[in-house]
Design a protein. Structure first.
Lengths: 581, 598
């Protein structure tokens, strides 16, 4: 029931307009009886009884009633459409904000296409319920009850005979309600699978083409496409049994009228006129019954979707802001790792990491692929929490700091460069949307991106593709670097930021970065040239720091660092002797 | 082509015409036997249902007055009704299944066609719009058609039949009244035509806002790491709410138009009824011999039966117009021209040796901004060719042209003497192993990801490829080894690890031409050295292109090409270029620059 309670909390806000809508629905239902009644009277009273002067007022009444009914109907439809849009607007906002707060492990568990389907397909099922099913079921229940009351006033016995249908109806309702559920959750599941597959195919389109795997993708797509169709058809097979049962039950009312009514009329318990009257109300009784199957479908569809959305957003992220965070206006950028270990399936393992950095210092990190370099940085930003030990920034454990203040003080250029399909300016100004254009240009110059940006068709206003498609790797990296610098952060993290940048440009960038004296800088790199000027160099292997010190100290140690150095630059002495330079 | 971003509406620059409806007809056609069968069944069921009022009249008029003797008759007629109703229910069951099969079948076919076409569309198409906007067309837009296709078609056919039947009845009762009733039609059509244009525009706006929202949701999920590290959550929520609100507003604006038609029909119906009452009454008062109470009663009874299916038609028309605004966008994608495609009479490229010739090749992505200018060079089979130069100089473009990811503006590329424009794209790309700059990893096991290069490869071959690229060690350390499931884009792997996996994938394709675009940029030097040793053996006899910034990676290439500003500035072996003391020399020197300073 928790998911429905949760859903109700959104619906509740619009109680007023829903009540208003239901009130209008009531009026429309009542007005629906007026026109046939008066039309009947025109024939009986005006024509048969020759009371011709009553014709004009009666016509005015039916026209007014129809006009009123039309207006009320449009009004309540609009009321429910508006309410439904408002409800899902609120829900979408809630879900969006929740998604924004979720930690990395959430995103490692859930696939993009699946999460998207919560915000699209599931929301649509919920919207449909509020916009249509709510009033529709109310309208039908209302008509049903009205008809029942009318028939009761005519003949209690006949009404009770008709009541015999109700247990069967209730039973069918229950069985359908129970059985269609799994079918609808199967539809939602396959919808998400289809969405996920299409999403990945689109973002992997380059690989698909490069390997000429279009046919293979088509094969896989066909499985998902057919799977979704089968899920829809599976549900249809199920409810195509229940819909006719309801149809039959509603038609059985006519048989009850024929049989019980007929016999009662013969025995003089009711008059022929009574039978006419009951027959007139019969449509009000059996139409709602015919719709019951559809209403149950929509209801169950909504419940399934609400549960799916609820279950996704109901997980509390493991990493969240502490209840009483230590507030800091400004960080000086002093960092200390004390016996830090991290081991989980979703990142490289590290253990016993110890180091200290003073404000304004620079740290270079080097090590094999998968040795845990990025994990250390993710722990500093508190994207993950340490398993053991402490990460201290300005002497305070990051777990006690305000999460957003901490992250806001860090400018990070990630190794997996993600750019948005926005203008270049919009991408650089991502962290400070209100900053001036001059600031954007200033950091673009530091990142050595200004010149190539000016060469693009619309300069800073050029829209770049999703993930920066259309730009070269080095260009993407430089935009991402500019984006990190714009914050003027106390701590800068450059995770493999210049790997795709040519050497000359890199050295220009290095010179610029060297002037940033107010920030503590972390540089993860594979080229010695990128890190050799750092105040501290950490050499990682299999999650442990195996060497640390300055460039010269490490060379003197003659260990891993020195080996890497000789592999990269060993020829230098040789070439020099050969007189190349 | 102008690029699109999440908050720019995609507009359809086409006037409304019936072609979309006609094309939908083609999709409906394969299921026409289902639809016709459903229609016929439905008509028999309606006919059966129409018998019940007659039966009831019979009971009331004949059997009840008979007294006790009427009871067996009543029982008999009730049993007949029972069977009729069972038949009706059976028909509904079969009809529902038939129509769901047709509707969902049509949806599947449409989706298949749009997806199949998307596979053919070039990089450009994907690069110039947010991916969420492509996705929404394949998944969500098509789903919007399901109600229309599953229930709409048969219902509308039934309605058309009943309109025709009722018209016949109406004409047979009174021609004058029928004509008066039909006077309402032109009024209705006028309303429809006035509303139509705005309604279509409104729904197109709504679909475009839905698309924008979808794009933003997709980007927000994909870019979550950036968002969180830049603490942009609040700002993003604001943008999201703005777009969500735009969608809400545009939807509510569009739905308004759908609410116009039903009350209009009601009003027309009631006004024509009133006119008939007034005329009928005055004719009776005037003592017309052609007018009786019976005619008026019967006729007004039929009027409401005439307008009910017309109201249904109106509602159908509404949903058709809504669906069409989606359908037009779906067809727009299916019609998107495939720029890079097989020439007519393109031949299959036979197994190649790997001789490549660039003959005066010029290329630009956008008009007037040339990327490559008159590039000419020759590569012999088995050679390794390195391409260096500043970022954005056109290095990646050169290799993308070999796989014919783009068409040339000018010039030709020959492989073993075949102009690549004259061979089938598939036979060309199948013989290349390309490792792209952005090493894309699919969600799935590591094994599956490597196998993507060659579906027939055995596990041993996959492991062997992984060993050559030095990926084996880290893979077996993961919890399930090669069967470890990685997320989309391999988010739990480091870039270096992703590069190694896509490297293995490229090798597994056993290509004659291997293209490595920054294949090892995020891999540490030690791993790279080990990798290169294994690679050297493997590359024997194969032609390879290597783009790299670490010059140690390319020093041993047969030839090094320095690309600057879309032109070949220098080419030759490492030693030749060093001796030349030009740009390459300067580049080479720059990596030692810091050593000189110290």
């Amino acid at each position: 029931m928790a998911p429905l309670k949760w859903f109700y909390s959104f619906l509740q806000k619009y109680n007023k307009s829903i009540v208003k809508g239901l009130f209008l629905t009531t009026i429309v239902s009542l007005l629906a009886i007026v026109t046939p009644y008066i039309s009947g009277n025109i024939v009986d009273v005006v024509i048969e009884d020759k009371k011709y002067n009553l014709l004009a007022p009666m016509i005015i009444v039916i026209i007014t009633a129809t006009l009123l009914r039309g207006l009320c109907r449009a009004a309540f439809l609009m009321t429910f459409e508006t309410a439904s849009q408002n409800v899902i607007f609120d829900m979408r906002e809630f879900v969006y904000k929740k998604f924004q707060k979720e930690d990395f492990s959430f995103y490692n568990r859930n696939r993009t296409g699946d999460l998207m389907s919560r915000q699209t397909g599931d929301m649509d099922a919920i919207r449909k319920f509020v916009a249509q099913t709510l009033y529709f079921s109310y309208e039908n229940i209302l008509l049903f009850l009205l008809a029942l009351i009318m028939i009761f006033t005519v003949s209690v016995k006949l009404a009770l005979c008709m009541f015999l249908i109700l247990p069967f109806t209730a039973l069918t309702t229950l069985i359908q309600f129970k059985h269609v559920k799994s079918k609808f959750s199967n539809i939602r599941k396959h919808f998400a699978l289809l969405n996920t597959f299409v999403q990945e195919n689109i973002s992997g389109n380059r690989v698909v083409k490069a390997f000429a795997k279009e046919d293979y993708e088509m094969e896989k797509f066909t499985i998902e496409n057919e799977g979704y169709m089968e899920a829809e058809l599976g549900a249809a097979r199920m409810w195509s049994i229940f819909i006719p049962i309801f149809e039959f039950l509603s038609n059985a009312l006519i048989i009850v009228l024929m049989l019980a009514g007929g016999i009662m009329a013969i025995r003089g318990e009711i008059s022929l006129g009574n039978m006419f009257t009951v027959n007139g109300y019969l449509w009000m009784l059996n139409n709602p019954l015919k719709q019951a199957g559809w209403i149950i479908n929509d209801l169950q569809h909504m419940i399934t979707s609400v549960e799916r959305v609820y279950n996704t957003v109901n997980e509390e992220p493991e990493i969240k802001n502490p209840k009483k965070p230590v507030r800091k206006e400004h960080f000086s950028g002093m960092i200390e790792f004390k016996n830090v270990s991290y081991h989980a399936e979703d990142a490289d393992i590290i253990s016993d990491i110890n180091f200290k950095v003073k404000p304004g210092q620079s740290v270079g990190i080097i090590g094999a692929t998968g040795s845990g370099k990025s994990t250390i940085m993710n722990l500093l930003c508190r994207f993950y929490d340490v398993a053991e030990g402490e990460v201290l920034v300005d002497g305070i454990n990051v777990k006690n700091l305000d999460l957003y203040e901490l992250r806001d003080s860090i400018g990070m250029a990630m190794q997996d460069v993600f750019l948005f399909s926005d203008t270049i300016e919009g991408n650089i100004a991502y962290s400070r949307p209100d900053c001036s254009f001059d600031d954007v240009v200033r950091v673009a110059k530091i990142a050595n991106a200004h010149n190539f940006i000016l060469d693009t068709p619309d300069g800073y206003d050029t829209i770049i593709g999703e993930r920066g498609m259309g730009l070269s790797g080095g260009q993407k990296q430089r935009i991402s670097l500019a984006r990190a610098l714009l914050k003027e952060p106390s701590i800068i993290i450059l995770d493999d930021t210049t790997s795709a940048v040519d050497m000359e440009t890199e050295s220009l960038i290095q010179d610029e970065l060297g002037r940033l004296k107010n920030s503590t800088v972390f540089i993860i790199a594979h080229r010695i040239s990128s890190i050799k000027d750092a105040d501290l160099i950490l050499v990682l292997d299999e999650g442990k720091i195996i060497e640390q010190g300055t460039h010269d100290e490490l060379l003197a140690q003659n260990g891993y660092y020195a080996t890497v150095f000789s592999h990269q630059y060993g020829e230098f002495e040789k070439i020099k002797k050969g007189g190349v330079f | 082509m102008a690029r699109n971003r999440y908050d720019i509406d995609e507009t359809l620059n086409k006037e409304f015409n019936m072609t979309s409806v006609k094309r939908l007809g083609h999709y409906i056609k394969p299921y026409s036997h289902n639809i016709v069968l459903a229609l016929l069944l439905r008509i028999t069921a309606s006919a059966a249902s129409m018998l019940t009022p007659i039966f009831l009249m019979k009971i009331m008029d004949i059997y009840i007055p008979m007294g006790e003797e009427g009871i067996p008759h009543i029982i008999k007629i009730s049993i007949i009704t029972l069977f009729l109703m069972l038949y009706v229910s059976l028909v509904i069951c079969i009809k529902t299944k038939l129509m769901m099969k047709s509707g969902q079948g049509i949806i599947r076919d449409l989706r298949r066609d749009i997806f199949e076409h998307l596979q053919e569309l070039p990089f450009d198409y994907y690069d110039s719009r947010p991916h969420g906007k492509i996705q929404v067309r394949v998944v969500n837009y098509i789903n919007n058609l399901s109600d229309l296709l599953s229930n709409g078609i048969v219902n509308i056919l039934v309605d058309l039949v009943s309109i025709a039947v009722i018209l016949v009845y109406m004409f047979s009762i009174d021609i004058r009244f029928t004509l008066i009733t039909l006077l309402g039609m032109p009024i209705l059509f006028t309303v429809v035509i006035i509303v139509k244009k705005k309604q279509r525009e409104a729904w197109q706006k709504a679909s475009s806002k839905q698309s924008n929202l979808n794009a933003y949701i997709a980007e927000s999920i994909n870019g979550i790491r950036v968002t969180q590290s830049f603490v942009r959550e609040k700002e993003n929520a604001k943008i999201f709410n703005r777009m969500s609100d735009n969608y809400r507003t545009s939807w509510l604006n569009a739905i308004k138009f759908n609410l116009i038609l039903p009350p209009t029909v009601d009003m027309i119906s009631i006004i024509t009824t009133s006119i008939i009452f007034v005329l009928g009454v005055s004719w009776i008062r005037g003592g017309s011999e052609f007018m009786t109470v019976g005619i008026i009663t019967a006729f007004t009874g039929y009027i409401s039966r005439f307008w009910t299916p017309i109201t249904n038609l109106g509602n159908f028309y509404n949903s058709l117009l809504t669906a069409l605004s989606y359908l037009e966008l779906i067809f727009e994608t299916i019609d998107e021209p495939v720029v890079v495609k097989d020439k007519e009479g393109a031949v299959t490229l036979p197994p190649i040796e790997g001789n490549i010739v660039f003959d005066n090749v010029s290329f630009s992505y956008e008009d007037n901004i040339p990327i490559l200018k008159n590039i000419s060079f020759k590569v012999k089979k088995g050679d390794s060719y390195a391409i260096v130069g500043p970022t954005g100089a056109g290095k990646t473009t050169i290799i993308n042209l070999i796989s014919r990811f783009y068409n040339l503006d000018k010039g030709h590329i020959f492989i073993d003497g075949y102009d690549i424009e004259n061979v089938t794209i598939k036979s060309l790309r199948k013989q290349m192993g390309v490792m792209l700059q952005d090493s894309f990893i699919f969600a799935g096991t590591i094994m599956d990801n490597i196998r993507y290069g060659n579906k027939e490869a055995t596990d041993e071959e996959i492991i062997n490829a992984a060993k050559i690229v030095q990926a084996h060690d880290f893979i077996i350390k993961m919890e399930n080894g090669y069967n470890t499931v990685v997320n989309e884009r391999g988010s739990r792997l480091s870039i270096g690890q992703r590069q190694l996996i896509s490297f293995a994938r490229a090798l597994l394709a056993n290509p004659r031409i291997l293209i490595l675009d920054e294949a090892t940029s995020s891999i540490d030097t030690e791993t790279e050295i080990a990798l290169q040793k294994g690679l050297l053996e493997l590359l024997k006899g194969r032609t390879s292109f290597i783009i790299a910034h670490r010059l140690s990676t390319i020093k041993n290439s047969t030839c090094i090409m320095y690309i600057d500003d879309g032109e070949i500035a220098e080419q030759g072996s490492h030693n030749e270029l060093i001796a030349r003391r030009g740009k390459y020399y300067k580049l080479y020197k720059s990596q030692y620059q810091f050593l000189e300073q110290s």
